[in-house]
Design a protein around this ligand. Structure first.
Ligand code: SF4
Length: 58
């Protein structure tokens, strides 16, 4: 599994960072970026459903 964020779709709501701070972080442009491909504290495959604009794919 590979997590990706489409920066063109991301509206910077921060929901993914709240869901899984191990995997997502906000960059200087207010967009979410992937910083790790795994986490012990969240299930990565659930992350697409967190994003309100469908910017996250797994
Ligand atoms: S949940 Fe989606 S729109 Fe919100 S910051 Fe993450 S990638 Fe961007």
């Amino acid at each position: 599994m590979t997590v990706k964020v489409d920066a063109e779709k991301c509206i910077g709501c921060g929901a993914c960072v709240s869901f899984c701070p191990d995997v997502f972080e906000m960059n200087d442009e207010g967009k979410a970026v992937v910083k790790a491909q795994k986490s012990d504290s969240c299930d990565i495959k659930d992350s697409p459903s967190i994003c309100p604009v469908g910017a996250i794919t797994v």
